[in-house]
Design a protein. Structure first.
Length: 310
């Protein structure tokens, strides 16, 4: 009898859970740089893409149907992670900037039209300080409705930490130092929060996902069995919170892992995979929490692809 965790990564006859939307985007010519990140505003049906390159707009905005709407702006140097926050009164777009020039090492909040509202961190200065806040190549951000936010810092810089900040940007708790022990990180690359009070971090170079209690920062468990071939680059939940979608950049695939309900984390179970073409290099993903569609920012293919749940 196969135990739950003994499933091979792609067994014969497995039903595919997602299919590629061949018609998205309608205007692929607008991808003029390398798309590193994507965020869905499911309330307003918008998809934001962060791309890098010389003389390219750093943020592109598409409709969920795939039409190009607009682009901005000039205060992002190298976008790495992107997140859309909808509150009762307004929407904003948060971007982590890993640039090393005058805008970099920051986490920035923008209006939907690209107006810079807020900058966390000292632009152009890499650091580890909490007062004032300083980052070194912050990789990803997740913001709760309350305004509490989780930042993984960073993408190969001096810091290997998970910060929880209050809505006035003060530290609530911090986890992580550089290393491979429990609660340590080597390139914490992506972060998300589930409805059960747990924070999930893609600990990329340690080839594992680590899980923490969102109230206390206490370590709850880690998954590594699924990542022997390639570390996890992204962590995002499907719309029903039953699965985690994990991009594995160098093997060009998405792993779909069973998300444990309340209780023990145990180890991971890979229930499905989406194999992409060679050299597409999927970096970060986001999920439309209304339709369930998964958007994948692909550095190698220089595009974003949309996958629809079957």
């Amino acid at each position: 009898v196969l135990k739950a965790f003994d499933y091979p990564s792609s067994w014969e006859g497995q039903e595919q859970m997602f299919k590629l939307d061949m018609g998205w985007p309608k205007n692929p010519e607008y991808f003029t740089g390398e798309p590193f990140c994507v965020a869905v505003d499911s309330l307003h049906g918008l998809v934001y893409v962060g791309q890098r390159g010389d003389n390219v707009p750093k943020v592109l905005v598409f409709s969920e149907e795939g039409y190009f709407l607009n682009s901005w702006n000039d205060t992002v140097e190298k976008p790495h992670g992107i997140f859309v926050l909808n509150t009762a009164t307004d929407s904003s777009v948060w971007i982590t900037d890993v640039g090393r020039g005058k805008y970099g090492h920051t986490v920035k909040q923008y209006s939907p039209s690209g107006k810079l509202l807020q900058t966390l961190g000292t632009p152009g200065n890499a650091g580890s300080s909490l007062i004032p806040l300083q980052f070194d190549q912050p990789a990803d951000i997740f913001v709760e409705d309350s305004g509490d936010m989780y930042v993984v810092d960073g993408d190969g810089g001096m810091n290997n930490r998970l910060l929880k900040l209050s809505n006035d940007y003060k530290e609530i708790w911090m986890a992580g130092t550089n290393g491979s022990g429990i609660g340590q990180f080597k390139i914490p690359h992506s972060v998300t929060v589930d409805p059960f009070g747990r924070v999930w971090v893609a600990d990329r170079e340690n080839r594992r996902i680590q899980v923490f209690d969102k109230m206390t920062g206490e370590w709850l468990g880690s998954w590594n069995r699924c990542f022997s071939e390639e570390g996890p680059y992204s962590v995002r939940f499907t719309a029903n919170y039953k699965y985690l979608i994990v991009a594995q950049l160098n093997i060009n695939r998405l792993a779909i892992l069973a998300a444990p309900p309340v209780g023990s984390i145990r180890d991971c179970v890979m229930v499905n995979t989406v194999q992409m073409a060679d050299e597409t290099k999927p970096h970060l993903v986001d999920v439309d929490m209304k339709s369930g569609a998964v958007y994948v920012a692909q550095i190698g293919a220089q595009q974003v692809q949309k996958y629809i749940p079957l």
